[in-house]
Ligand binder design. Sequence first.
Ligand code: GLN
Length: 488
Amino acid sequence: MSEWSLAALRAGLSDRTFSARELAEHFLNRIHTQDAAINSFITVTPDEALAAADAADARLAAGERGALLGIPYAHKDIFCTAGIRTTCGSKMLGDWLAPYDATVHRQLTAAGAVLLGKTNMDEFAMGSSNENSAFGAVKNPWDLAAVPGGSSGGSAAAVAARFVPLATGTDTGGSIRQPAAYCGITGIKPTYGRVSRFGMIAYASSLDQGGAMAASAEDCAVLLSAMAGHDPRDSTSSTMPVPDFAGTLNQPLAGLRVGVPRQWFTGGLDATVAARIETAIAELEALGMTRVAIDLPDAELALAAYYLLAPAEASSNLSRFDGVRFGYRCAAPQDLNDLYERSRSEGFGAEVQRRILIGTYALSAGYYDAFYGRAQRARRLIAAHFAQALSQCDVIAGPVAPTVAFDLGAHRQDPATMYLEDIYTIPVNLAGLPALSVPVGFVGQRPVGMQLIGAAFTEDRLLAVAHQYQQRTDFHRQIPAAFREGAA
Ligand code: GLN
């Protein structure tokens, strides 16, 4: 059951081969017996899940049908859920109960999807390996010595291990695409503004975007259709109409131009990863797409700009965690400064503190123009280069990350090398564009992802390219041996 596609699960629910309760129990049992190996969940919610499943069964029994009605899923633990703790991977919010639901959670609840729990993540979504979680590192189901990627590493690992057919994620600089690539699943970061940020704990508000993670592009399309849409409670939410992404997967692709950035295949890109992506691009050509070379010259510039802008926004967003209103408070504070200082240094982990320091420095009087102002100008340049590239092609194809999943602990001593993992994903967030990761093979037992990037609000086309590629390949159907049905 856990290896079935969403369509198969929906068919089973529709013709009542099994109930939503049985489906939830099946996946809960997998989590219960096997998650200790990978630590992909922070909180599992069997009672709430079974109650939601019973409610879905009642709707199904009354004849209602829906794309997600009765379908189990997990939320990255950054989406607020009233009544279920939301930790954001931090000791700061270790037992915090949100007073309201994120809009995304309301939408999925209304659709009748069944939440099984909240997945592990890098603290406040800062990281590329899921080693920054206050709830322990997540392991890659393909190779327990490897990281799953981050910051949505728990969601990616849970889908790869088939603990849930669907999971939400968020992507500020790559946090959906990179863990999707490392775990051999499909993940889409939509256009900035496509998915509401209301109730999604803020890291860097001008870059953060929620999205969908699943085995296939088809299943991502269904989840994204339910998550997307205008929200008056998010001032950056787009009013663009949301197509039914599942209904446009077979749109014709012949004649589309696939742009391959010259600069992304030189320098730091691992040769074996490059070879897998080349093979995948050849498949796109076999679908009738035409390959063109394009220029995206400023990946290094993007990285430098991002690691000023994201910490700057984070330092402001995270100032609310002061030991007074939210979350963790130190024991026996001597005075107000002691309360702030110790609550924040005890509640936040090392990487979060590093980012707050960088961001506060970059924004401080006298440095603002030299750092923040210049980074904003770099951001505009990067967006302009993407616009130019996308005038020469319809879809950009390239790597998600320079390597496959690295070993746990490999970058622990050197955050700057970790930051390099995001070199191909970060420029996309700076430009606000949609992009996805699709599995295209393995190096040893570790998966490789290809990134597809499009113009704003062309998620339908990106999903169609990924879907039609997946009709010709079966990398997205592979399951790590230890997590196959019947394996111990
Ligand atoms: N790895 C990047 C960072 O640490 C991106 C994280 C993200 O997309 N949330 O900021």
